[in-house]
Write a protein that binds this ligand. Structure first.
Ligand SMILES: Nc1nc2c(ncn2[C@@H]2O[C@H](COP(=O)(O)OP(=O)(O)OP(=O)(O)O)[C@@H](O)[C@H]2O)c(=O)[nH]1
Ligand SMILES: [Zn+2]
Length: 352
């Protein structure tokens, strides 16, 4: 989509209609850019009311329709990276998980993993599942490659759990391996960064943006008449023509889309599972289990199987929670209908 391709209607009479992209979200304020100017704005009331997971509340990376500078609708999303609301852990069992859109309309998601204490294959698998569940395409970035003589063993190791996913070792400090990322960062492409705290995301963003990020991020905007504020943007335009989305705090990850993303992260286990004697085999000791056999013959690493089973359990749990929340929504809807009927009867609008 061309950011400059907006309609401008009659200057005196009709409202000014534009298409713009959301470059940052601060509570109920949105930073939007039409490719030339950036402004802080609000959304029309109806958007604030759509708080269910399907309601399109504007998120960073969204394309939106502006009417007289205000967001009036969100254009359909190609995909969106989402997570359960932070802090859900430790809450009561029945609390439904609410999604939180981190970034929308992504061409690639960089899973950034440092080649220091951050390096963890299981965590990479979890990130992969999340990315696949969100309908996005992962690319694995092994940062801090300068800490080793050769990053090759790590690349191979990651390759063994991330089939077909590109793996790039880079050093943001020495600017090594950065050129290999160019194919993902060209004109019109949008990339989001995922990774644990300290993985090296900010350093990588600085390296790609080619300037100090504070300068890249700070924007002075105004809301309505004369209220000036300084805010930061989450969507950063790169000299290469692409855009990077780096939100702080993508640490607590919950799986929301439960259409079994583990298919994508564990293809060889899924293939063996199809050969188990029982179609509902849990691979925990049933006779004729091909997955367990793979462990015995050394084809499959037991740790990898454990990681797969753990993820399965997690997905099943979340699926259960989602169903519960859907049931509750349905119940509330009927309660509301019953109440409305009662009121209408009282007013004599219906007979019985
Ligand atoms: N040796 C080396 N250190 C790096 C490299 N990139 C980042 N670091 C160091 O790793 C530490 C964390 O880097 P950050 O870029 O702040 O990590 P982050 O992922 O943005 O962390 P959060 O902001 O907490 O999410 C810093 O001390 C960096 O200097 C690299 O390429 N090589
Ligand atoms: Zn089995």
């Amino acid at each position: 989509m061309d950011i400059n391709n907006h309609k401008q209607t009659d200057i005196n009479q009709s409202p000014i209609e534009k298409t713009a992209r959301v470059t940052g979200v601060r509570k109920n304020f949105f930073l939007v850019s039409d490719g030339e100017t950036e402004a802080l704005t609000t959304a029309s009331g109806k958007l604030y009311k759509q708080t269910d997971e399907n309601g399109l509340f504007p998120a960073t990376g969204d394309w939106v329709h502006l009417t007289d500078g205000r967001i009036t609708s969100v254009l359909p999303r190609k995909n969106a990276l989402s997570r359960g609301a932070a802090g859900r852990q430790g809450k009561k069992e029945n609390t439904p998980v609410r999604t939180q859109i981190i970034a929308a309309n992504l061409d690639w998601v960089f899973i950034v993993c440092g080649l220091d204490r951050d390096f963890n294959l299981r965590r990479i698998e979890r990130y992969l599942t999340l990315v696949y569940n969100c309908g996005c395409t992962p690319v694995i970035i092994l940062s801090k490659a300068d800490l080793h003589d050769s990053p090759e063993p790590f690349v191979l190791e990651v390759g063994s759990v991330a089939f077909g996913v590109p793996v790039h070792p880079v050093s943001s400090v020495h600017k090594d391996g950065i050129a290999a990322l160019a194919p993902y960062l060209g004109k019109g492409q949008t990339v989001a960064l995922l990774g644990s705290s300290g993985a090296g995301k900010s350093t990588l963003v600085n390296c790609l943006a080619g300037e100090e990020i504070q300068a890249t991020r700070e924007v002075s905007s105004h809301v309505g008449k004369g209220v000036h504020t300084t805010t930061t943007r989450d969507l950063i335009r790169l000299p290469t023509g692409g855009a990077l989305i780096d939100n702080p705090g993508i640490r607590e990850i919950a799986f929301w889309d439960v259409d079994d993303g583990s298919d994508s992260a564990f293809p060889e286990i899924e293939a063996w599972a199809n050969e188990c004697r029982f179609s509902d085999c849990s691979h925990s000791g049933e006779p004729g289990c091909r997955v367990r056999e793979a462990c015995r013959t050394g084809e499959l690493d037991i740790e990898r199987l454990e990681s797969y089973l753990k993820q399965k359990r997690e997905l099943a749990y979340l699926s259960d929670r989602q169903t519960k929340s859907a049931d509750r929504i349905e119940k509330e809807r009927w309660q509301w209908v019953a109440q409305e009927m009662k009121q209408m009867k009282k007013r004599g609008q219906i007979k019985r």
